[in-house]
Write a new protein. Structure first.
Length: 292
């Protein structure tokens, strides 16, 4: 068999040095970007998601303290992550760009799994779109492994060592993203004095929160007030609970938990403290106060 000429070898090397766009990775990243953009829009507008109405898992997750990171929607950070991966894929996955995309995908997958665990074990619910985003980030890792440059994982005895190195790098990226996110979330707290003042203001203005003791969204709503939760003007709609007043809930035509009636207007689903302050004309929350 004839050996390839030096010119042919040089041409092959030039092609490998300038790889074309990786469309499977780009397509997945763009799909993730669409989901992240939609969640960001929902967070900024307060609209209910399609297939996820007020009081649903999506509503709880979006309205929780984990719905914002550094005072911007958490989904927006996910969108920036998908933009970065899509840009690398469209530029062509050279060895260096592939490694960067792979580590970004690993970090994104780790953070998505962390948020999924938070929603299940802390908030007691799940969000359809959040699960979809987590699935996309995991798929990105798999497709990037499939599309890896050959020279990063040579055949033979050295393959095991190369995979071990990449695995450790991916684990480190994922763990780093989780630790940074957890540290930031831990620092996002509200003022107890403001929570108490808002709860009292809602009571003084005869606002009412209708809910049920078994409702995860109601639990999340009360959690936002911290120790001031007992001061919220609350009506229990389940007649089996102590002090339950299902008659009042029927009179108010409550169909979604929680439902707020503020200044004669109905508002369904979990509300942030900023939203409640605005709706009830409460001036106590400063503009820079983290929404909870």
């Amino acid at each position: 068999m004839a050996r390839p000429s030096r010119s042919s070898a040089a041409s092959v090397a030039a092609i490998e040095a300038r790889p074309g766009p990786c469309w499977p990775v780009a397509a997945l990243a763009l799909a993730g970007l669409v989901v992240a953009a939609y969640l960001t829009w929902l967070k900024l507008t307060g609209n209910p998601a399609v297939f996820c109405g007020p009081g649903s898992g999506c509503d709880i997750v979006q309205a929780s303290q984990y719905g914002t990171l550094l005072r911007v929607p958490t989904a927006l950070w996910g969108g920036l992550f998908y933009v970065a991966v899509a840009g690398l894929a469209l530029a062509g996955l050279s060895a260096r760009r592939w490694l960067l995309a792979f580590l970004l995908a690993a970090a994104g997958a780790g953070f998505s799994l962390y948020l999924t665990a938070i929603s299940i074990f802390v908030l007691g619910t799940t969000c359809l779109y959040c699960l979809l985003s987590a699935a996309i980030s995991l798929a990105l890792v798999g497709v990037l492994v499939w599309a890896r440059p050959v020279r990063l994982v040579p055949a033979g005895r050295r393959a095991g060592a190369a995979w071990s190195r990449l695995g450790l790098q991916a684990a480190g990226a994922a763990a780093g993203a989780v630790l940074v996110g957890a540290f930031i979330f831990a620092g996002q707290g509200g003022s107890t004095a403001e929570q108490v003042a808002l709860a009292r203001h809602l009571s003084e203005t005869r606002s009412v929160m209708y809910g049920a003791f078994w409702c995860p969204a109601c639990t999340e709503q009360k959690r936002r007030f911290g120790t001031a939760a007992s001061s919220i003007p609350y009506v229990e709609c389940d007649g089996t609970a102590a002090g339950g007043r299902p008659d009042l809930c029927r009179q108010a035509n409550v169909k979604v938990y929680p439902t707020w009636v503020i200044r004669g207007q109905r508002h369904e689903g979990v509300m942030t403290l900023d939203q409640l302050a605005t709706l009830s004309d409460f001036p106590g929350l400063q503009a820079g106060t983290p929404a909870r």
